[in-house]
Each structure stands twice: as structure tokens, then as C-alpha cells.
Ligand binder design. Structure first.
Ligand code: AMP
Length: 475
């Protein structure tokens, strides 16, 4: 995951606009937040572990001056939760100073590491983004645009990037466009954002998506577009299923409406006699509405979600994850007792949520639990930026649907078929990456162990974080 925003706002401070946009993307990463600003002369980075509101607070923003900014919130897929791995990544190299915010995962980091002289000890953090930033800072060329045009063809994997030097704000999408990135217009100026609600919230109007294989470079003279690779669109299908906000538009479609259609499709594919359709909040809500509409079974709330609990998804052991689910979800007993329930959720990954939830519903007196999931069995690890663990951790990796049903202890289980899921998005199958569901990886994964590669190969170099000349870094 991860959220990114880029702003160029002539006549206005860019940092408050970028911070506001980042608030709208908080769901994409809660580990760290950061911003880089430039007044055309001095590039400054401020980042820290924590939520956007904690890091970019009202006291901090006024000191971040300039008409250009990029901002980032992080959900780690490579590298640990350390200050050094927070973004924007920054590097003052022999050629330029550059700041980078990245969503996605590169898959050829071992190869890229070979392009970095001195390799070991040259990176401040242990992420693929740090490596990319270091390579950009050393790449010969007149400016950052030229450096990117040389470097990007050597980079493979998933990247939606916002970048900045002291003169440009740049947005880039990899040739497959695994992750979204859109462009919006302010009265005077431009905004780049990972999801469209960030544009709504800063008062920018949506212009278009940055295309796969496209770089847009914005500076005082306007916006220029460069196509650096042949596009082969493969948007992550999970953006529709789970990641994106419901009020986001992807491929010109409302995600909320698409999720409702997924629920409707599921009701047609796997009907069941029941008394109430309930979502697993919040991601299951629109699909449960769709299921209820198509089946005629009343929609109701069976559990309440505590919105103030952090992620349970990557808590280290199944026991702590299960405890996290209990903290997060609590049943409304009166709505459940004696009822035959249809429970609608977007996905089963490790199965922790459903195992714990099903037990909870039974304890609260549910007569039957019929689980309906708006994506096919999740069987293959993602190497393009989803943090879902290795294959043995995936519940459905080697189990048939009947075995998953038995393990979870539900009365019936149905996963939405892939073609129905794709139909619900309003696009065609060719335009999506479905690797986690089908095992078909659009970009070969030479570094299947990418997530470890950088941590093994690099050590932290204090010198890399030293402030210099026209650059100030605040720890
Ligand atoms: P699990 O409990 O491991 O089966 O996780 C499934 C739940 O986590 C689903 O209900 C989703 O809402 C959510 N989820 C799916 N994919 C991800 C992801 N990559 N990161 C965090 N949460 C996820």
C-alpha cells in the first residue's frame, strides 16, 4: 500500500495542500508520514513514524515553506518500520538533490543494487525506494526528468511515484500501472494523487489518470508528459476489491458501485436462504448492500468496528492477530441471536479475521453462518506492493474451498468467481493484475525474496543523512 501526493501551487504554500491530500490517503498506510517541500532554492524533508495528523500537525506545517511539495504515508512492504524507511526518501548526490515517495514494490532490487557504487553502506534505509533515490541522485543528465528517462527502463516492478528536486514535481506510473495515480488541477497549479478523493478534498478537479509508462513533469512553465515505455495496463484487481476508498474512481468507475455489483453477482452465483445479510465492516459494506439488494434478504449490522484500533493484519502471531480482531470487531447480540446470517467480506488472506469472527457470531447465538467473499481464493503472494505474506501463510494456498469452509467452521462458503469479479469492475480481464488469485505474474519476479534482499545487503550509513549546503533534513 502507501499513499502519495504531489503539489505545485504558484502563489500558495504547497505543504498544507499536500498534507490535506495525504489525510485522504491515510487508509493506505499508518506507519509513517512525511513531506518534502521546495521554495525553488531549498529542498527540505520532514518525516516521522506515526499517523498523518501526528506527523504533519498544525505547528509543523507553517515551517514547511514553498510552492512545491510531495507527501507520503507508509505501509511497509519492504524494510522494517524505522525512521530511516519513512518517506519521502531523500538523497543529495553528486548530480542533484532528490526526494521520492513510492507506492509499490520493485522486483529487481539485486540488479539495481549493482548499479550503485560501493553498494554496502551507501543507503540510509533498507527499502527499494531508498535504492531508487540513491540511483537517481547519481544519474548523469541535465535534470531529474532526464535522469528518470535513463533510469526507469532499468527498473522493474510496481511503482507509482511522486518525485521532486528544487525545480520539478514529477509523477510516474510503471508500464503496467499496477498502482493508480491521478492528476488534478487547482485554480493555479497541479495536484498528483494516488486516489481521486485526495483531489476532491484539496478542491482540485480531476483531469485524468497518469497513464501506465508515463511521466508527468510539472514546473513553473507548466506540465510536460513523457512516455518512457510501452503501456501494458495491469491495475491491481485488489484496488477494486479492498485497497481503494469506496469514493475513489478507477478506470472511470466508482469503486463503491463496483463493490455493490460484486455483492449482487455473489448473490446470483451462490444464493442461500437466510434472515440477514451483514457486512464485515468497513470493507464489506457496499458488497453486503449489493448482496441484500439482489437476494431480497434484509441488510443488517451484526458487528461494530472500533475505528481507533490499528492494523491487526501484520501482528506477529496468529494469537495476537486474533486478539486484535476481537478488539476491532464486537457483535451486536440482539441482531444475531437465532438468525441465519450471510456474512459478506472482501477477502480471506490468512483467515484470522473470519475464524475469529465466526466464533464470535456463534457465541452470540447465530443459528447459521454463510460466508460470502467478493474475491476468489487468495493463493499466491504479491510481489508488487501488497503485504500479504509468503505462500504458506495464505489460507487457501493449498486448500480446496470445502477444506477452507471446514477450517473456518462456517455452514457454507462461496468465493466470487474471477470473471464475475472482473465484470463487476466494468473493465476487462486483460487490464488487471490477478497474480494473487491466478498465479499469473505480469512481470517476472527475479528477486522472489525482494523483501529480504535489501535488508541483507545494506547497512545503515549515518553519513547519508547528513545535512548539506542548501538542504535541511529534520529528524
Ligand atoms: P485475514 O484475516 O488474514 O484473512 O485478512 C483478511 C482481511 O484483511 C480482509 O477482511 C481484508 O479486509 C483485509 N485485507 C486484505 N488484504 C489486505 C492487505 N494486503 N493488507 C491489509 N489488510 C488486508
Amino acid at each position: 500500500m502507501c499513499g502519495v501526493v504531489g503539489v505545485l501551487s504558484p502563489g500558495q504554500q504547497a505543504a498544507p495542500i499536500a498534507a490535506l491530500g495525504l489525510f485522504a490517503l491515510q487508509h493506505r498506510g499508518q506507519e509513517s508520514a512525511g513531506i518534502a517541500v521546495s521554495d525553488g532554492d531549498q529542498l527540505m524533508v520532514y518525516k516521522d513514524l506515526g499517523l498523518v495528523a501526528q506527523v504533519l500537525d498544525e505547528r509543523r506545517l507553517p515551517s514547511l515553506r514553498g510552492e512545491m511539495a510531495i507527501a507520503h504515508c507508509r505501509y511497509s512492504t519492504t524494510g522494517s518500520t524505522l525512521w530511516e524507511n519513512a518517506q519521502p526518501a531523500f538523497r543529495l548526490g553528486p548530480q542533484r538533490a532528490v526526494a521520492v515517495g513510492h507506492n509499490g514494490n520493485l522486483v529487481n532490487t539485486r540488479h539495481l543494487l549493482e548499479l550503485l557504487p560501493g553498494r554496502r553502506g551507501r543507503l540510509a534505509g533498507s527499502t527499494d525506494t531508498e535504492l531508487l533515490t540513491a540511483l537517481l541522485a547519481q544519474e548523469p543528465g541535465d535534470d531529474l526528468v532526464a535522469a528518470l528517462l535513463t533510469l526507469l527502463p532499468r527498473v522493474s516492478g510496481a511503482y507509482a511515484l511522486v518525485l521532486m528536486d528544487d525545480a520539478h514535481v514529477i509523477g510516474v506510473r510503471d508500464p503496467n500501472g499496477f498502482r493508480p495515480l491521478c492528476l488534478g488541477r487547482l485554480d493555479a497549479g497541479w495536484v498528483l494523487a494516488l486516489e481521486t478523493p485526495a483531489l476532491d478534498i484539496v478542491g482540485a478537479h480531476y483531469v485524468r489518470d497518469v497513464e501506465p509508462g508515463e511521466m508527468v513533469a510539472i514546473d513553473a512553465s507548466g506540465l510536460r508528459s513523457h512516455h518512457f515505455a510501452e503501456p501494458s495496463p495491469k491495475l491491481c484487481l485488489f484496488e477494486f476489491v479492498y485497497f481503494s476508498r469506496p469514493d475513489t474512481n478507477l478506470y472511470g468507475q466508482s469503486v463503491h458501485a463496483a463493490r455493490q455489483r460484486m455483492g449482487e453477482e455473489l448473490a446470483r452465483q451462490a444464493p442461500v436462504h437466510a434472515d440477514m445479510v451483514m457486512p464485515v465492516p468497513e470493507s464489506g459494506i457496499p458488497a453486503a448492500q449489493g448482496f441484500a439488494r439482489a437476494s431480497g434478504i434484509p441488510y443488517g449490522d451484526g458487528v461494530v468496528k472500533n475505528r481507533y484500533i490499528g492494523r491487526t493484519f501484520i501482528a506477529p502471531t496468529p494469537e495476537t492477530r486474533a486478539a486484535g480482531v476481537r478488539l476491532k470487531l464486537n457483535p451486536i447480540r440482539e441482531n444475531i441471536a437465532g438468525k441465519r446470517l450471510v456474512v459478506v467480506d472482501d477477502s480471506i488472506v490468512r483467515g484470522t479475521t473470519q475464524l475469529t469472527l465466526t466464533r464470535m457470531l456463534r457465541e452470540a447465538g447465530a443459528a447459521e453462518v454463510h460466508l460470502r467473499v467478493t474475491s476468489p481464493p487468495y493463493r499466491w503472494p504479491c510481489f508488487y506492493g501488497m503485504d500479504t505474506g509468503r505462500r504458506p501463510e495464505l489460507l487457501a494456498a493449498d486448500l480446496q474451498v470445502g477444506e477452507v469452509r471446514e477450517y473456518l467452521g462456517v455452514d457454507s462458503l462461496a468465493y466470487l468467481e474471477l470473471d464475475r469479479l472482473v465484470a463487476a469492475t466494468g473493465s476487462n480481464a486483460e487490464s488487471f493484475c490477478t497474480a494473487c488469485l491466478s498465479g499469473e505474474y505480469p512481470v517476472p519476479v527475479p528477486d522472489a525474496d525482494t523483501k529480504l534482499a535489501l535488508e541483507e545487503e545494506t547497512v545503515r550509513a549515518p553519513a547519508a543523512a547528513a545535512p548539506e549546503a542548501n538542504v535541511r533534513i529534520e529528524p
